[in-house]
Design a protein around this ligand. Structure first.
Ligand code: PNS
Length: 170
């Protein structure tokens, strides 16, 4: 039997966007199994640099990837390459939005290939999503801008609720 081809899509996903989902779906068409790997901080609470806790981020991704039977989500700590070896993944799949991403991702891909035999596979972001990032979505939403269409509906609801909580607390 052919060995299972498994890939990891790593990220912080604070929160997951439709740009990420486009990459997960396309990776799911190329690999037998896709593991969305959420970088999990030691701290369990939503820290100042994260809007959502790791459990919340994992939850939101689980909801969003439910339509794909071969995509699952898992938290990880430490090196992404160690996580890949631990779960038997042959590749890391990442989206590239443009040259800024490329410069940063190239260096990481080369470091990861220095550390292990895990390959990095880059998928070009869909042009309709190339301006989307978790940070910009949070910033625009925090100033009342419309980010519907850039994140899944459940993420939009939780984003609005979290920003409202933050506003009420200040
Ligand atoms: O781009 P993001 O979403 O902030 O990525 C976060 C994450 C957790 C995927 C990234 O920081 C990571 O891979 N951390 C694990 C540590 C690691 O492997 N570092 C070496 C990369 S060459």
């Amino acid at each position: 039997m052919r060995p299972q081809r498994r890939c990891v899509c790593p990220g912080s996903f604070d929160p997951v966007t439709n740009g990420h989902l486009d990459i997960f779906g396309r990776a799911a068409a190329l690999f037998d199994e896709v593991i969305v790997a959420v970088g999990v901080n030691k701290s369990k609470s939503a820290s100042s640099n994260r809007l959502f806790t790791s459990d919340e981020r994992l939850d939101m991704i689980s909801d969003a990837v439910a339509p794909w039977s071969n995509v699952r989500v898992q938290g990880f700590t430490g090196l992404v390459t160690d996580f890949c070896v631990e779960i038997g993944a042959q590749a890391i799949v990442k989206g590239l939005r443009g040259s800024g991403d490329y410069d940063y991702e190239l260096q990481m891909a080369q470091m990861n290939s220095h550390l292990t035999e895990v390959e990095t596979v880059f998928l070009m972001t869909d042009p309709s999503m190339s301006f989307v990032s978790s940070s910009l979505v949070k910033e625009v939403a925090s100033f009342g801008g419309d980010v519907s269409g850039l994140v899944p509906p459940t993420v939009l609801d939780r984003l609005m609720a979290r920003l409202e909580e933050r506003r009420a607390a200040t």
